[in-house]
Design a protein around this ligand. Structure first.
Ligand code: SF4
Length: 239
């Protein structure tokens, strides 16, 4: 079967492809995704080390920016270091990552709720600032690329290299699903990929500033995310 024969709406077909792509390199998976889905292909990145690796790889694969829409969900609560990294990526690779924002500004949302809600109701905050904007963007696309790895969280353990994403009604391509943290950082160092300086300051995983703290030695990499409330995912990668 050629890549062009994949039925994007058939989860079983995607499962078979996922099994076949399990031994492919991330670059081969990216090429497969670009060949199959462009220009109805998008990628959302929060500029974690994994996302930066994929952007570096994509810069060698795509020949026209129209082949893939690259977005960052700019919640209005991101670290300045994260926003700066977008510029550093652009300088190094010539790749532009577009900000996608919620319809409601942070100020409007906080006024409506009588203050910030990331502490009291983070699920609603993530829904408004991340999930709903991504759902709007996803309309009209056939697939999205993510930088998740299976060993990051319990919910990501069963991620396929490619799978059907029920929430966003897209094929979901996870080229780094079977990579380890060591694989990612080896690639970053070998290829001088720009990364968030917060990683060197004890933040292995960087999300929105109010919901991210540095971690202590021995703690899980994502222990600093929503640390006081037991939340582990913003909801983009859970059903
Ligand atoms: S990570 Fe925190 S600040 Fe960011 S959208 Fe979610 S709850 Fe809001």
């Amino acid at each position: 079967m050629s890549v062009l024969e994949v039925d994007v709406n058939d989860p079983d077909n995607l499962k078979r492809w996922s099994e076949r792509l399990e031994t492919a390199s991330p670059q081969e998976v990216l090429r497969w995704a670009v060949e199959r889905y462009s220009p109805k292909l998008m990628m959302a990145t929060a500029f974690g080390a994994e996302g930066c690796v994929l952007l570096a790889m994509l810069s060698e694969i795509i020949t026209d920016p129209a082949q893939i829409r690259l977005i960052n969900l700019e919640t209005g609560y991101q670290f300045q270091e994260t926003l700066d990294l977008r510029e550093r990526i652009h300088e190094k690779y010539g790749i532009s990552v577009e900000y996608v924002r919620a319809q409601e500004s942070v100020e409007e949302m906080e006024r409506r709720f009588g203050g910030a809600i990331y502490g009291s109701d983070p699920d609603t905050c993530c829904r408004i600032r991340k999930i709903e904007p991504l759902k709007l963007v996803a309309e009209g696309y056939s697939a999205w690329i993510t930088a998740i790895r299976r060993d990051q969280t319990h919910a990501r353990k069963s991620a396929g290299i490619v799978q059907w994403d029920e929430k966003f009604q897209l094929a979901k391509v996870n080229p780094l699903a079977n990579w380890t943290k060591r694989d990612v950082w080896q690639y970053v160092l070998d290829n001088d990929v720009p990364y968030n300086p917060l990683h060197d300051l004890g933040y292995p995983s960087v999300g929105c500033a109010p919901c991210t703290r540095s971690t202590n030695q021995g703690e899980d990499d994502r222990a600093g995310r929503w640390a006081t409330i037991g939340k582990t995912e913003c909801g983009l990668h859970t059903r």
